[in-house]
Design a protein around this ligand. Structure first.
Ligand SMILES: [Fe+2]
Ligand SMILES: [Fe+2]
Length: 134
């Protein structure tokens, strides 16, 4: 089996999702630390942009993997991704681009609800119950 075959199998897809989730959690932690240290607004905005870009890229890659694996709940999952991205955009606009603790809390809450809901179901469907346990 080639590396490419593995990537498209359930196990490869599962590992990719888990890796990307870890990456998102690391970016959340980094941003949390910047806010705690009262970092300059420019630094905060860069970290927020990095996080929202990573969330968008992850949602895209997750949707591609779900499509490749003929995942039955793809439409509902995709809808939730789109709603989260729209919410994040609204938060950004309403905060007039100021990076704040409130902004961070909204992003974190929405992301964690998704990871523990639809993503947990996806991981369980792809890799068994133990794969989704944090
Ligand atoms: Fe997802
Ligand atoms: Fe995800």
């Amino acid at each position: 089996m080639s590396a490419n075959d593995t990537q498209h199998s359930g196990e490869g897809a599962l590992n990719q999702i888990l890796d990307e989730h870890e990456g998102l959690l690391a970016l959340l932690d980094a941003l949390d630390e910047y806010l705690r240290r009262d970092a300059p607004q420019s630094q905060l905005q860069t970290a927020f942009a990095k996080l929202t870009d990573a969330i968008g890229a992850h949602f895209q890659s997750e949707e591609t993997l779900m499509a490749e694996n003929d995942y039955a709940y793809l439409p509902a999952h995709r809808q939730e991704h789109a709603a989260i991205l729209q919410d994040l955009q609204q938060v950004l606009v309403s905060s007039q681009n100021a990076a704040s603790r409130t902004h961070f809390n909204v992003i974190k809450r929405k992301l964690m609800i998704h990871l523990q809901g639809k993503d947990r179901s996806l991981l369980q469907d792809m890799g068994g119950a133990e794969a989704a346990i944090d």
